[in-house]
Ligand binder design. Structure first.
Ligand code: LMR
Length: 437
């Protein structure tokens, strides 16, 4: 089923051209009107530029730009800075970013950060391709309208749709946020199946139409196994390009260590979250540093580190739900920004960041062929390498094995979605997402 629209600028017609509901993917692609936001470089002001330009700036007063002038586009008729147009000549190639669950709370925080240039840089124009569902389509329109009204100069295109084959076309980044939350009484196995199906479909769509080097960040829970399903359904995209979001857990761990040590969190580095984004995740205090010193030297309270710190991080999502009555959204969006920035900017010397990645070829002895959070470094080219200068002790290894066992069991539950035969679901214990009660 396909439904998509692209946005025209404010003042240039209705601004929204929905394709009819009920069409198949191909039909919808043909029928949907793709009205693109015009590039700044092509925006025209209805003035005699030669007369108006002074010191490279063209200023058109409102009185000289009556609303009836068809060649003007809204606000651009009032003041148009030609220096900005010059700047566009050196701007980089458009980056296409797909966001699923785009009408949800996390996206509502994230999209405006992406559009502001905070993530990809102030010289990087972007296109946002928003994926929602039939049910959320009207809300998606609202999101796109708010993006329009925000006048972000770097946001060059916004399109919305419910067909991943259409929305993921040529995308360089796919931020997969949309997933069904676990309802009361729902077995974890049922959640794995329902959400797994979504990520199998989206993997297939990415495989068919996305950029061959698309980077995929899975946020929808259970994100590690969803990322595994997604990559297995996208064999033409490098498995290394798929990530499961554990940066929120890393940020939470940094905050707790800073609090305990009585320092600001910028002093905390080398924090790894190992394993699954669940209550078996392992926040690593063995390798973490405060002000360049091992955490265990700064915080001498081993009992606190092993018990309270570890549990606080593992269950922080749940504690937040109790306060808010819903899952974390703003801090999740911030951590998505952090996760992307960690891949598009060089990692500070000696430090690393956590992300859930495909384990094949890992140097730690973690089981192959799962998605596991590990310490990584990037040169800022979108790629990463696993950090090898890490220590291991019995406490850390024992907990890593527990999270590994959980992920191996989850993998068996979704074998029908990864092309590995019949599913057999026997989860060792019903471990939870950080937000589950
Ligand atoms: C979080 O860590 O805050 C979320 O993954 C919790 C949840 O279950 O939605």
């Amino acid at each position: 089923m396909g439904l998509s629209t692209a946005y025209s600028p404010a003042g240039a017609g209705s601004g929204l051209v929905p394709a009819p509901l009920g069409a198949g993917a191909g039909a919808a692609r043909r029928r949907s009107a793709q009205v693109r936001r015009p590039r700044l470089a092509t925006v025209r002001c209805s003035v005699d530029a030669a007369k108006q330009v002074q010191d490279g700036v063209a200023t058109v007063v409102a009185a000289e730009a009556p609303a009836s002038r068809k060649e003007c586009f809204g606000v651009f008729c009032n003041i148009y800075d030609l220096k900005a147009e010059d700047k566009t000549k050196s701007w980089k190639k458009l980056v296409n970013i797909a966001v699923s669950g785009a009408a949800g709370m996390i996206s509502n925080h994230l999209l405006f950060k992406l559009a502001s240039g905070e993530v990809f840089g102030q010289d990087q124009p972007i296109a946002l391709k928003l994926l929602g569902s039939e049910r959320s389509f009207q809300a998606l329109e609202g999101v796109a309208m708010e993006l329009e009204d925000s006048l972000y100069p770097l946001l060059r295109e916004v399109s919305i749709g419910i067909d991943p084959y259409e929305v993921f076309q040529d995308v360089d980044w796919a931020l997969l946020i949309g997933a069904k939350p676990r309802g009361p009484g729902m077995e974890r196995a049922a959640l794995l199946d329902i959400n797994g199906q979504i990520f199998a479909d989206q993997g297939k769509a990415l495989n068919a139409v996305a950029s061959r080097n698309v980077k995929v960040l899975v946020v929808g829970n259970p994100c590690n196994t969803n990322a595994l399903i997604c990559l297995k359904n996208a064999p033409n995209i490098p498995a290394k390009n798929f990530h499961a979001l554990t940066r929120l857990d890393e940020n939470r761990a940094k905050c707790q260590l800073a609090l305990k040590a009585g320092v600001f969190y910028d002093k905390v580095s080398n924090v790894t979250i190992w394993g699954n984004h669940s209550t078996t995740q392992v926040p690593d205090f063995l390798n973490a540093k405060i002000d360049g010193r091992p955490v265990k030297e700064v915080i001498e309270d081993s009992k606190w580190l092993e018990e309270e710190f570890t549990m606080t991080v593992q269950k922080r999502g749940g504690a937040l739900i109790q306060k808010w009555g819903r899952s974390s959204a703003a801090s999740t969006a911030v951590s998505i920004v952090d996760a992307i920035k960690s891949l598009v900017t060089p990692t500070p010397e000696g430090d690393w960041f956590s992300t859930g990645v495909y384990t094949t070829g890992n140097p730690y002895g973690i089981a192959e062929d799962i998605v596991f959070s590990m310490p990584c470094r990037s040169k800022g080219d979108g790629d990463y390498e696993l950090a090898t200068d890490v220590s291991m002790d019995d406490f850390l290894w024992e907990r890593i094995k527990k999270s590994e066992a959980e992920l191996l069991a989850e993998k068996k539950c979704v074998a029908h979605l990864t092309g590995e035969g019949d599913a057999f679901c026997d989860l060792p214990e019903d471990t939870m997402l950080p937000g589950e009660k």
